[in-house]
Design a protein around this ligand. Structure first.
Ligand code: DGY
Length: 326
């Protein structure tokens, strides 16, 4: 490693697992890392990024024109420790020749596990049942007590058939569901055959599915992809699950649809104005709400930090990153 590369300034803007920091150190860098458990404030962030050659960012940090300017013209790359990169203004980075990388692949299974968990939780009323026990509400087994909806022989509609959509479909198929999907891109024909999955229009998917699970990226094209019109198309007995990004769903329209019983329930890991939650969701028993846990396993977070750090090292040493955002 030449002296030039090692003297580069690598800034880690949020606390990441040691596995990632170790990759940076092993490559000879001394990262300037935010080590507090609480997220860095915007003001502190703008200060910290000054003079950075490479930024390693979390999804809670907005990387926009202001931040790029604060960093300075020497900035080479922004390496996000997430597969989603809606926190980054990619066009602004591109216009400054700043590379952007993300962490695809390493969180596929963890996120698909959470999608399946939400499907089961919301259809079988598990969170509601747990609240009964924890609140010490009197209860007794009964033939008609807290009946849910079985998912065997039901239809899962996957919106966005990328790696996480496919992994969720596999899990749902193992539970006896059939799969249809709406996606920008074609999937591998072997995977389509394995899953027996049929590509349909969004409208057909919404009208046919018993569970609609969101897995597309969040961008201008998918903002409020699911809103009042789409809820009106869904079956009254259908459920919505979102483990992708909050803004893909119009959260107020979701509250209205639940209130009007246009759909039966929702399982949400992500929220439109995260970490704020629409007040209309809080008291409802027909929704399961969890705090963005899709990739939250120790192993997955280690792998995410490691991949982001490898991208940073590759760029800092003049090599191609492993997972550049196109
Ligand atoms: C991601 O990587 O985009 C996930 O949402 C993080 O949990």
């Amino acid at each position: 490693m030449g002296q030039f590369e090692v003297s580069l300034r690598l800034v880690v803007t949020g606390k990441i697992p040691n596995a990632g920091l170790e990759v940076l150190r092993q490559a000879g860098f001394t990262p300037d890392a935010w080590m507090n458990d609480t997220a860095i404030s915007r003001q502190e962030l703008l200060e910290k990024v000054k003079g950075a050659d490479v930024l390693i960012t979390l999804l809670t940090e907005r990387v926009d024109e202001e931040l790029l300017q604060a960093a300075g013209p020497q900035l080479k790359a922004v390496c996000n420790v997430a597969v989603g990169y809606n926190n980054i203004d990619v066009a602004a980075c591109k216009s400054r020749n700043v590379l952007v990388t993300n962490t695809p692949g390493v969180l596929t299974d963890a996120t698909a596990d959470i999608a399946l968990a939400l499907i089961l939780m919301v259809t079988r009323r598990l969170a509601e049942g747990e609240r009964v026990i924890r609140s010490q509400t009197p209860w007794q087994w009964g033939m008609f007590y807290m009946l849910g909806t079985g998912i065997t022989n039901r239809v899962l509609g996957v919106v966005g058939m990328g790696a996480i959509g496919i992994a969720t479909a596999r899990r749902a198929k193992a539970c006896g569901m059939s799969v249809i999907y709406f996606s920008r891109s074609e999937i591998d024909s072997k995977v389509a055959t394995e899953l027996g999955a049929k590509k349909v229009s969004l409208e057909e998917l919404l009208k046919t599915s018993d569970v609609v699970s969101i897995h597309c990226p969040s961008n201008e094209a998918t903002h409020h992809l699911i809103g009042a019109t789409q809820f009106a198309m869904m079956k009254n007995s259908a459920f919505l699950v979102n483990t992708a990004r909050g803004p893909i769903v119009d959260e107020q329209a979701l509250v209205n649809a639940l209130e009007a019983k246009e759909i039966a329930g929702a399982g949400l890991d992500v929220f439109e104005f995260e970490p704020k939650i629409n007040a209309g969701l809080i008291g409802r028993d027909d929704v399961v709400l969890i705090p963005h846990l899709g990739s939250a396993t120790t192993q997955t977070r280690d792998a995410m930090a490691t991949l982001a750090a490898k991208n940073a090292v590759a760029i800092a040493t003049g090599n191609s990153p492993l997972t550049q955002v196109s």
